[in-house]
Design a protein around this ligand. Sequence first.
Ligand code: SIN
Length: 537
Amino acid sequence: MAIEKDFLIIGSGIAGLTFALKASQFGSVAIVTKDELDESATLYAQGGIASVMTDDDSFELHAKDTVEAGRGLCREDVVRIICKEGPSRVRELIELGVQFTRIRGNDYHLSREGGHSKDRILHANDLTGREIELTMIEAINCKENIEVFSHHMLIDLITRGRLDPKLEQGSPQDEALGAYILDVNTNKVKTFLSKVTLLASGGAGKVYLYTSNPDTATGDGIAAAYRAGAKISNMEFVQFHPTCLYHPDAKSFLISETIRGEGGILRLKNGSTFMENYHSMGCLAPRDIVARAIDHEMKKSGDDFVYLDTTHIEGYRTRERFPNIYQTCLRFGFDMTSKPIPVVPAAHYTCGGVKVDLNGQTNIHRLFASGEVCYSGLHGANRLASNSLLEGLVLSHRAVAKSALLLKSKKFNNSISFDIPNWDCGNAVDSDESVVVSHNWDEIRRIMWNYVGIVRSEKRLCRAERRIKLLLDEIKEYYWNFTITKNTLELRNIALTAHLIILSALERKESRGLHFTIDYPLSDDSNWKKDTVLQDT
Ligand code: SIN
């Protein structure tokens, strides 16, 4: 028996939870999330949420910084709306109970990060995402018409285009009807039917060997949307965070950019500074420039890392402002108040994704996307720091407003003239060779790190493409022959997402923002000031 809800939400970070809280006023809601409810990239966000909060800042300035970072690819209407609506959405978070760090009285402490011309990052010390996520979950738990399905994973979207032989998938008449979902604990597949489906399943950092992302970031929503015929844009723009802790056991622990905002300095091993040679904003240049500069300096010197030096900041200030980072570094043997810490870039944010409009609507009716899974045009070719939580908040609010109108409209048609089949597992049997999954997984992540990283070339991209294609064929065979598990689903998704990144990178014959290739080192505005778009029709 299918589970029927008005709204089906895949993912439980800020985008999914915002949508759930607001949509619950209009109907029943299911949140499907493949781990615990709180496990999402939002939970680990350190820096904060960018928003215009003071009289000496303005929407125009926030928009200008965003557009400058985005290197000519931002959709300026989207940028304006998100910057303008941001403060109202942030106030709603505060009303919900989110405690941002204050300095005195009612004033919030605002930090600065790379590419921002003003201090405008609201934060809860260095655990901003945690504060937001847990506060939202408290509110979710009080809503009777929200049902949470944790440890449930998206297999594929159910769309009219897939089921109706008369309809082409991804065509203007196509629409989302729900999803097949794997109950990870029982390995049973459930059918969910919904009037509106929201993808809010985050990005794909796990495609790379080194990433600041949690293990859940396997591109599930992007891959499923692509398979269903949704348009996918600008996947070549993968943001590498310049500063993750360099330590074999630290799993690329993020060292927030706000540390540089508070005066942290990047240095080479010999103690000299270098960022002034790359950008007038020095250590606070936009992220693409800082990550590439570090990569260049590491290649030049042969060193495995550079240093981030905070020893000139009073120790008590570092401990108070960055308690989580300070304690984590200490656990790995680094006291950042007395010695510089070793840092390296790691994959951090998927700027491209499922193409959506100003309201989070994809090209498939009744299918919305918000947060890191989507490409709205806010980030362009490079995301401005701390704009991502903001995007999730504003876009999900707008997506709820749009879907509520849709459900009320006389034209809304929920009748389906054919049966929606239950999941068919064919002749699949349990695998006795699960090691194949971990080997393939490892191979993809290494290929992506080595050939599709911060600095690219046609030769490296073609080499990566050939290898990923072989792996995709192997994974397809494995997928159909053996009973699906969370691991095989994730493998299928990282392989496809990796392929989409490579195809988009090969298509863009220029360098822009986060996509830098030695074969086309300059930007080419006359041919390439446009999005790449992939669609499986
Ligand atoms: C950071 O704290 O440096 C990360 C913030 C972001 O990625 O926006």
